[in-house]
Each structure stands twice: as C-alpha cells, then as structure tokens.
Design a protein around this ligand. Structure first.
Ligand code: XMP
Length: 530
C-alpha cells in the first residue's frame, strides 16, 4: 500500500503572529478566530509547549486562554514565569488570568464565590489600556470558581464585579494584561473591543492580516514546495476542496490536475457548477469521471443505510484511484503531490499544528502501487471555514460554491430512505432544488446550517390532486441550526416560506403528494436521516 505523507508545514511564518495558549475547554479556537477578526494573524499552541519554544516563534503577543481547571487543582496546567519576563505582551483570560495572577505573586482564593454566565462588570479605571472608550458598567461572561483578591505587585486593578474584587488588571510598563471573564464570547458586550485594545494599544500590532496576504503567502509556498513536479486534487463539490484547488491552480497552473467523480448522487446543478463554473473561474485542468451507472449498479437493491454508505465509499475510492493511475501514466513531470483541503480546526482537533493532517478516507490513496508516495499540499491548514470562504471569493470562485452549506459525501444516496434508483434521485433532485431556491429567495441561507430534503421512498400516503386520488411519496424538510453539526436544533422557518416550498413541491414534483417538517433536535435525531 502506498501512503501520503503530510508535508512539513510550508514556511509562511507570519511576522505578526499572536500565540493563543490553549488551556483546554475549547476556548482557544474562538479566541484565535476573534484575533483574526481583528485582522491579526493567530495560532494556537498547547499549554504543554515549553516557553522557549513559544518564544522561538517570535510572537508579537501571547494570549492565555480559559480552561476547565482551578489553579489549585492537582495537575492543573502551569506556566513558566519566564513567559512573563520575555518582554512579549501577554493577555490572560479567565484561567489564564488566574495563572498570571498566581505566577506573579497575586492572590487567587478558592472562596466558593462562583460566578457563571452574564455578570455586570464595574470598570474602575476607565482610561486604562484595555477599557478606554468602553462603558463603566458593562456585561461580561463569567465562568469561574476561584477569585483574584489581590493583583500582583506593579499591577493596577481596572475592574471588579459584585463578587470578585479584582476582575481585571494591567501592568502597562511590562505589557501584561488580564481579565477574569471571557471577552471572546459575544455575551461579553465589549469583548472584541477589549481584545483589540490589547492587540493594537497594548501590543502595538497593526491590523494588517487579510485573506489577500494568505493568497500571496500560499502561492509562494506552494510554488516552493511543488517546484516543477505535478499535483493532483480530488474535487468533491464542497467548499474546502474547491478553494484548495483554486489556490494551488493559481500557484502552479497546468501542473495541477483536478479529478471530479460524478457519482450521480449530487444535487441539481452541482456537477455542472464544478464542470463549468469552477473551470471557468480557475482555468483548472479537470478530469470528470462519469461513474453514475457504476454507482447505481452497485446500489441496486440496497436499502440499509450503512451498507449504502460503505458501497458509495468503496466505489468512490476505486474510481478515484483509477483516475489517479491514468494521470500518473501520462507523459510529463512526476506527479508527486496530493492537494487536500484540510482546515485549521481539523489540525487543532487532531492534536497539533505540525504535520498531523488527517487523510479522509475518500481521498486516501491506498491501493496504488507500493512505490508511489504523495506528499500533501494543504494550503488551507491555517484557516477557519469563514476565512476559506473569503479566500474562495477573492480567488473569484462562484458564490454557489463558496457559500455552499455542508453536504454529505454520500450525497443524495443517504437522503433516499429505501433503495436508490435513477428515478428516485431525479425526483429528490427536483424537490431539493425547489427547497433550496425558496430558502435562498427568502434570504435564509445564512440563517440555517443546512436543510436536508429527504425522500421517504418506501412510504406512500393517500392524497388528492386535481380530480383524482393519488398514492404518492412524502418529502421531509429537515432545516437545522447548528454551530458545528455536533448538536443541532430544528430551525423555526417562517410559515409562509414552508407553505411556498410545500405547495411548489407537491405541484411540481410528480409522485410527491405530501411535505412534512422534521421538528427533532440533535440529539436525539441526527441531521441526516441515514
Ligand atoms: P449527522 O447526520 O451525523 O450529520 O447529524 C452531521 C453533519 O455531517 C454531515 N454528514 C456527512 N458528511 N460524509 C460527509 O462528508 C458523510 O458520510 C456524512 N454524513 C453526515 C451532515 O450533512 C451534517 O452536516
């Protein structure tokens, strides 16, 4: 079996990097995003990273995140004092604030005085670096059990709450700042402003990071990595692979070949978007493999969801590998690189910032001859999803691709409850297209996370249409709101939009005489029906 080796992260070290030290509990990602919203480049590092290694990254500032621990808990993460003595501006938030306080000689008490949720903050030093220009009374998001009762020497106390005497402090001379609360959370009404004050005023960083910089940096890095060799990229129709391919295309042009497997399970117009609009926007060299029949044959007679998924996954790998083999056999420079749309959250979640890329199974190159090894090109590995969309927009990709909502790899194959056939796919494609059209027309695309449209192919119900009795299938609408698809709630769509979708689907799609709305949250229901 051959393997794809993660490339060393391209050396695009940003001169203005802010490090976010992760003390756990998922606050660090949000902080890193907020820093980037302030147009400053940020990276997350684990709290176990030695301080010397953090400083070797030459950060312009360091932010200490919140975390689940009490500073007094056994085994709670600590920080080397050297971090505060290196002359790098530091901002501690919540746990990071308490750690800063205890490390530098302040007092944090385990008083049992807990504060959770929205809390009034009283700013006592209005002209301070962090609070200047913000109201004396503001609402902040708290989540702590311990409280700071005395700031370290040399620090001015800048805010308090009814429960915590020291809810914020700063030492302007040493460029050290801290707040007991979570400024990264939107419930903290002036949180972003305070973060920006730290970045611009405290640390003196210019807000200059843009997705335009990313494109320039990545183009240079990709050229340096690929040289005169060739690369291939699997396109799924999704945002990430499209943007990754467009970026690599901009860097190395015809040295890149994109492969799109048309499994016939896409929604209406999506294959054409890749075939025509993507190519028109990027000039990419695209190989489209029409494998519709192959997938339909393999799925014939199968109703079990897991079996369907396995078949679709298996066929996908086979077709993709076959296409790769054909490209490898073409005349020309060696094909040594595989482009992947890995994003920053994938990297953080899989345990670190360097070389830990996860190869998704449908892009896996297992099965190719032993002596072929691909090095990965991952131009989006520094970016969050919304930033990927901005890059895509800047690269001129069509809005329909860039703003696409999540869509499962097995496509409509897992939105037909029952056997997958060409007729059923066509029917579902029509119903889905109507739902999408109306949601877009109502301006709801950004309000909802996604809206699977599901065909209950094995269910029939009686209806009356025109003058006659019908015995047709129901269509289920499954609009959901979510942050990350791990949990979701059903979206409360306006009745008039639902009415319009229902009327159009039953009028325009033959064999559908009923539209129902799924009002189940996740859990207990998953987003997809299969
Ligand atoms: P569930 O149904 O598990 O879906 O609540 C969570 C999110 O994942 C998407 N999904 C998939 N995406 N391959 C994918 O690439 C899959 O097999 C798959 N199954 C579900 C789903 O659309 C939702 O956004």
């Amino acid at each position: 079996m051959s393997s794809a080796t993660p490339a060393a992260a391209p050396d695009v070290s940003n001169p203005d990097v802010v490090l976010v030290v992760d003390f756990g509990a998922q606050y660090a990602q949000l902080i890193a995003r907020r820093v980037r919203e302030a147009r400053v480049y940020s990276e997350i590092v684990p709290s176990t990273m030695p301080v010397a290694e953090m400083l070797a990254k030459n950060p312009k500032a360091i932010i200490l995140s919140g975390g689940p621990s009490s500073v007094y808990a056994e085994g709670a993460p600590r920080l080397d004092r050297a971090l505060f003595e290196a002359g790098v501006p530091v901002f501690g938030m919540c746990y990071g604030f308490q750690l800063m306080a205890t490390t530098l000689g302040g007092t944090v008490d385990n008083t049992g005085a807990r504060e959770y949720g929205r809390t009034p903050l009283h700013v006592s030093k209005a002209g301070s670096t962090l609070f200047e220009g913000t109201p004396v009374e503001q609402s902040v998001w708290m989540s702590h059990g311990d409280a700071c009762s005395a700031a370290p020497e040399g620090f001015a106390v800048t805010a308090s709450t009814d429960v915590v005497p020291v809810a914020a402090f700063e030492n302007d001379e040493k460029k050290l700042y801290g707040v007991q609360y979570h400024p990264e959370v939107l419930h903290s009404t002036h949180g972003q402003q305070i973060l920006e004050h730290f970045l611009y005023r405290g640390a003196g960083i210019e807000p200059s990071w843009t997705t335009g910089n990313v494109i320039e940096e990545q183009v240079a890095a990709i050229r340096a990595q690929v040289g005169s060799k060739r690369a291939i990229c699997g396109l799924s129709g999704g945002v990430d692979s499209a943007v990754a391919a467009a970026l690599v295309q901009k860097a190395i042009g015809s040295q890149l070949t994109c492969v799109y497997v048309d499994h016939g399970l896409m929604r209406k117009g999506e294959t054409e978007q890749v075939e025509k609009d993507f190519v028109a926007a990027t000039g990419a060299n695209l190989v489209v493999v029409d494998a519709q029949e192959r997938f339909l044959d393999a799925l014939a007679g199968v109703s079990d969801p897991e079996t369907k998924r396995k078949i679709i996954g298996r066929e996908f790998i086979r077709v993709f590998e076959q296409a790769q083999l054909e490209i490898l056999q073409e005349e020309g420079p060696e094909v040594a690189f595989l482009v992947q749309g890995t994003l920053y959250p994938d990297i953080v979640e899989s345990g670190g910032g360097t070389g830990t890329a996860n190869i998704k199974s449908h892009h896996n190159v297992g099965g190719l001859p032993d002596d072929i090894e691909f090095e990965l090109v991952e131009p989006l590995r520094q970016l969050f999803k919304d930033e990927v969309r901005m890059v895509g927009q800047e690269l001129g990709l069509p809005e329909e691709i860039v703003q696409r909502q999540p869509f499962p790899g097995p496509g409509l194959g897992i939105r037909i409850v029952g056997e997958v056939t060409k007729e059923r796919l066509d029917l579902l494609r029509e119903a889905d297209a109507i739902a999408r059209e109306e949601l877009t027309a109502a301006g709801l695309d950004r309000e909802i996370w996604q809206c699977p449209v599901v065909l209950l192919a094995d269910v029939r119900s009686v209806g009356v249409q025109g003058d006659g009795r019908t015995y047709g299938h129901p269509i289920v609408l499954r609009p959901v709101s979510s942050e990350d698809a791990m949990t979701a709630d059903w979206s409360r769509l306006p009745y008039e939009v639902l009415a319009k979708i229902s009327t159009r689907i039953t009028n325009e799609v033959a064999d559908v005489n009923r539209v129902v709305l799924d009002v189940t949250s996740k859990p207990p229901g998953t987003i997809e029906w299969e």
